[in-house]
Design a protein around this ligand. Structure first.
Ligand SMILES: C[S@@+](CC[C@H](N)C(=O)[O-])C[C@H]1O[C@@H](n2cnc3c(N)ncnc32)[C@H](O)[C@@H]1O
Length: 312
């Protein structure tokens, strides 16, 4: 690929949704997590991807599920029949295992009846969880009362929080309970696996009727974000791209805009586009979307441009 071609690929005018980043408040929040590196902002692009599928895929495979917003959206909006969600972190896994095993209502009750204070959180989190559903409750509690929702070592309780609300800043018991109860509608269509995402991608690599949404921890090229945010972050990125090349089903990878990642994508002959988003500090950033054929993104951009021209 020539330098000129790269410049065009990554030029502003060739980006999807150049006008402004997606307003995440307009996307239905279905997950009980406020997940670090969560992909709520990607939901509109995901819908667009699905709408361009000539044949509706049967399964969505999400090998790095985290808060799982893309799988949940795919299920609630019937883009696929079922979602294979994979997550290695045992605490995060406990939440999905509880949802899938019918303990969502138990979790909802537990959240509603918990009297939140600094002391009660510290006391609850220092009690070893015996059952998976208890571990799930502790995960949700941590995710909602720790800085940035970060569950990895080194994270701690919110001190000031939003508007000085401290640890209550992100604790919305009624909303969380409602989301957990709502998940009952799709839980039988979730195939949750607490395994290595790369292994599960290989397991489904022959499935033509599967699509893969791949959102790995961002650690390529020595990037620190993935290490700070997640307990498990050591990914063999080269291997991930090699598996993608062998997939029979279509896939999308989201990544931070790093040179190492672009090099990997080029060496495998994949397409790339930049997409604007706002990070948790509301700073505008661009994330990389990688796939086999991303022309649907350009078609959409052409449509947006056409609409703009006809308005002027
Ligand atoms: C960028 S986050 C995914 C965020 C998710 N897309 C969302 O919207 O919430 C990456 C996730 O991959 C998980 N993870 C890291 N290594 C993994 C592995 N080998 N297999 C499965 N999951 C892994 C991390 O624990 C983390 O939850």
């Amino acid at each position: 690929m020539t330098a000129t071609r790269q410049a065009v690929l990554f030029s502003e005018s060739n980006n999807l949704y150049t006008a402004k980043p997606v307003n995440v408040a307009s996307v239905p929040q279905r997950s009980s997590f406020r997940y670090p590196g969560g992909k709520t902002w990607f939901v509109p692009a995901f819908r667009e991807w699905m709408s361009h599928k000539y044949q509706k895929p049967k399964k969505l495979i999400e090998p790095f599920a985290g808060g799982g917003i893309i799988s949940l959206t795919a299920l609630f909006e019937n883009h696929v029949q079922c979602a294979v969600m994979v997550e290695l972190d045992e605490d995060v896994a406990a939440v999905w295992q509880s949802v899938v095993s019918g303990n969502g209502p138990w979790l909802a009750d537990r959240i509603l009846s918990f009297k939140l204070s600094r002391e009660s959180v510290i006391s609850e989190l220092s009690t070893p969880a015996v059952e998976i559903k208890e571990r799930a409750f502790q995960t949700i509690l941590k995710n909602r009362t720790f800085h940035g929702g970060v569950l990895a070592k080194g994270s701690g309780l919110i001190k000031l929080g939003e508007n000085g609300k401290g640890i209550r800043s992100r604790w919305y018991p009624k909303t969380l309970a409602k989301r957990l109860l709502n998940l009952e509608k799709v839980s039988s269509r979730i195939d949750f696996r607490s395994e290595d995402g790369l292994k599960v991608m290989r397991d489904f690599s022959d499935r033509k009727d599967a699509v893969f949404f791949i959102d790995p921890p961002y650690t390529a090229g020595g990037k620190k974000a993935g290490k700070r945010l997640y307990k498990y972050c050591d990914i063999d990125h080269e291997e991930l791209f090699a598996i993608c090349e062998a997939l029979r089903g279509d896939f999308l990878i989201t990544y931070d805009n790093a040179d190492e990642v672009k090099d990997l994508a080029r060496s495998h002959g994949f397409s790339m586009r930049l997409i604007p988003m706002k990070n948790t500090h509301h700073a505008k950033m661009q994330e990389l979307v990688i796939g086999r054929d991303l022309s649907w993104m350009d078609q959409l951009q052409a449509l947006i441009n056409q609409k703009c021209e006809s308005k002027t």
